[in-house]
Design a protein. Structure first.
Lengths: 114, 115
């Protein structure tokens, strides 16, 4: 059991659907991240929230919309996705401090867009 | 932009042998180098890390080395066991304004330990 919980673990959706991914961290951290993991590619940072404020948006298409209602919860809202968006979506958290705070990852949501 | 190169992409070793994974980074401002292990169906889990003011760190069967001048760092696993089989990621990280971590990951090494 990790300190970062992601639901659902698997999601299949059509291109016209709207769905949401949920992440909850129980570590008392105050920075949360969404990463996309595709085969044979490095982990891609999508969004970062630090102290509940979005601080990074890495040129992610608008069909992905993040939400961070508090420091323990993070959502990724999905709509009109494309098949190439199929991937493992990982949530992570860390402590906002000086340097050297490691990321703690959840087990991811495996997304398939049909 | 920042880049981390990781080699090899796949590695097979006999149980009991050693495994070495090497990484090179480009961002001189990186000062923290974590290593993650990802097992099938799970997210990456931190296994060891090293800070820029340290050249080597060891934790039981795993060790990391860092050469800041050459921008190289490596993971060494000794006396490998079947449960070491997984994908390993290196990363180079620095803190940024806003307090979060700017982390650049390598492309991963799939390690297979043959019993």
């Amino acid at each position: 059991e990790t300190g970062v919980t992601q639901t659902p673990r698997h999601l299949v959706m059509g291109m016209t659907n709207k769905k949401s991914l949920k992440c909850e961290q129980h570590l008392g951290h105050n920075a949360m991240y969404w990463y996309k993991q595709s085969a044979k590619k490095p982990l891609e940072l999508m969004f970062v929230y630090s102290l509940e404020e979005r601080v990074e948006n890495n040129s992610v298409p608008s069909r992905f919309s993040p939400e961070c209602p508090n420091s323990s919860h993070l959502f990724l809202h999905l709509h009109t996705l494309q098949p190439e968006d199929s991937a493992l979506y990982l949530c992570a958290s860390s402590q906002v401090q000086g340097d050297n705070s490691p990321l703690h990852f959840g087990n991811g949501t495996r997304l398939t867009v049909t | 932009g920042e880049n981390v190169e990781q080699h090899p992409s796949t590695l097979s070793v006999q149980e009991g042998d050693s495994a070495v994974i090497k990484c090179t980074y480009s961002d001189s401002a990186s000062n923290y180098f974590p290593w993650y292990k990802q097992e099938l169906g799970k997210g990456p889990q931190l296994i060891i890390d090293i800070r820029s003011n340290v050249g080597e760190k060891k934790d039981q069967r795993i060790a990391v080395t860092l050469n800041k001048t050459a921008k190289h760092f490596s993971l060494h696993i000794t006396e490998t066991q079947p449960e070491d089989s997984a994908v390993y990621f290196c990363a180079a990280s620095r803190g940024v304004s806003g307090g979060y971590q700017k982390v650049t990951f390598g492309t991963g090494t799939k390690l297979q330990v043959i019993p």
